[in-house]
Design a protein around this ligand. Structure first.
Ligand code: 5AD
Ligand code: SF4
Length: 438
């Protein structure tokens, strides 16, 4: 039997789709197939911004015909959009052909939900307010070789005023450190070469006391595992970003010198309205601390434009922060009102044309940073972890420690190997070069 999973949103969701695939494989769905050939189609949705939701809504509509034509086809919709207040009901009304609706807190339940649906005509809806258990017994079907993701926390306690995550994913819970270390260790033994520890705010790991150690201690313990592999982590909240953590990153070669530290805005007034709990200056203080300890550390960020009441002067502070913090790259977003959040009720919405103009100018500044960063590698040798072959470009590709994608030709297939790339040219976030005969 075939399955087809469509994933929206972030790395967290990509990993959750691996867990969904794990559940389906246990259940006898053994091949990921094109949509038309699937016996079950699962949409793993995201609700962090409106366009991610619209995307899913659009694609769901197109399933109606398939469902009509293929007897026995099951359609399941999961992910954080289903957790939103009233959304499961809305989905059911708009797309009556959906068979199963399931939230983010009960992935291992999917197997039982499929059985239940097979035995009844009515759609099956299963939503939970909170995770019942931190551990699930799912073996993910990993698709990111040579990279693997490992959850360390679920949920978030921060309630940034624009963000829906705490509402749909619930309060932060930490997995036990010994379980995480064991998982990382077996992944390394299985041959994975890059492990990324995942949490909405990794720095507050163990805030519930369930982890057993702090995040820097956990990271240090993971770096002690033998073998050649890289360790990454995301996302760090600036308010909890500590010197202790930076010292661990500095001490351990296995931990990539690359930090994702979302700033969101460069304006103190907007940061306060966003409930980010730091100022531009404290953010920059942490950046300076990081640069003092690890001068070559790649710093990346997330930025939002068009937050309610954002003025041209506020926006210019974000622009100047990009220059001052020397971000290697950044994800840029237009503020998207999310139902139930504090910001959604704020007056002073920024009109669409202004927000679009700001994001274009911001992207221009970010591209300038990106170009400078990429060019700094030209003429040097940088270690690449080869992850794939690009059919169009007819060359292999992989990232360096800083996260820059490197492209090169090779007679031998080096996927899963670390290779030294002699960089001859840079373009945007990409590096091009040669490797000696492998
Ligand atoms: N509108 C725009 N961007 C958002 N993000 C989170 N919520 C919103 C929203 N309502 C962005 C933040 C966060 C990233 C994952 O998504 O920048 O760091
Ligand atoms: Fe959302 Fe803020 Fe939590 Fe990140 S830290 S998930 S932006 S509430």
């Amino acid at each position: 039997m075939n399955y087809h999973i469509v994933t929206y949103g972030c790395q967290m969701n990509v990993h959750e789709s691996e867990k969904i695939a794990g559940v389906l494989r246990e259940k006898g769905y053994d091949t990921q197939s094109p949509l038309e050939e699937a016996d079950i189609i699962v949409f793993n949705t995201c609700c962090i911004r409106e366009n991610a939701e619209n995307h899913a809504f659009g694609n769901l509509g197109a399933l109606k015909k398939l469902k009509r034509e293929k007897k026995g086809l099951l359609i399941a919709v999961g992910g954080c959009m289903v957790q939103e207040a009233g959304k499961a009901q809305l989905l059911k009304e708009k797309f009556p052909f959906i068979d199963i609706l399931f939230g983010t807190h009960n992935l291992s339940e999917l197997s039982a939900l499929i059985d239940k649906k097979r035995a009844q005509k009515k759609a099956v809806i299963s939503l939970k307010e909170a995770r019942e258990a931190v551990e699930d017994d799912i073996k993910p079907f990993r698709t990111g070789y040579p990279g693997a993701w490992v959850n360390i926390t679920y949920g978030c306690n921060n309630f940034c005023s624009y963000c829906i995550v705490p509402y749909v994913r619930g309060r932060e819970v930490s997995r036990r450190a010994d379980t995480i270390i064991k998982e990382v260790s077996s992944l390394v033994q299985e041959g994975f070469k890059e492990i990324t520890l995942l949490g909405q705010n990794v720095n507050s790991y163990n805030s519930d006391g369930q982890g057993g150690m702090s995040f820097p201690e956990l990271l240090d313990a993971c770096a002690e595992i033998e073998g050649k592999f890289r360790l990454r982590f995301m996302t760090s909240h600036p308010k909890d970003f500590s010197k202790e953590l930076v010292r661990v990153v500095k001490k351990r070669d296995k931990i990539c010198n690359a930090i994702h530290l979302p700033a969101q805005s460069g304006s103190d007034r907007i940061l306060a309205l966003m409930n980010r709990k730091y100022t531009r200056e404290t953010y920059l203080d942490r950046v300076r601390m990081l640069r003092e300890e690890i001068p070559n550390c790649a710093l990346t960020t997330d930025l939002i434009v068009g937050f309610p009441t954002e003025t041209e002067a506020d926006f210019e502070e974000t622009l100047s922060l990009v220059k001052e913090a020397e971000f290697a790259s950044a994800f840029t977003f237009i503020y998207s009102p999310r139902q139930g959040t504090k910001a959604e009720k704020m007056a002073g919405r920024v009109d669409e044309a202004t927000a679009k103009d700001r994001i274009m100018r911001l992207i221009e500044q970010v591209n300038e940073n990106t170009r400078k960063c990429s060019e700094s590698f030209v003429g040097k040798t940088t270690e690449i972890l080869c992850e794939d072959f690009d059919e169009k470009k007819k060359c292999y590709l992989g990232r360096n420690e800083a996260g820059r994608m490197g492209y090169f030709e090779s007679a031998k297939n080096p996927i899963g190997e670390f290779v030294p790339l002699h960089v001859t040219r840079a373009n945007g976030v990409s590096l091009f070069g040669t490797v000696e005969e492998l």
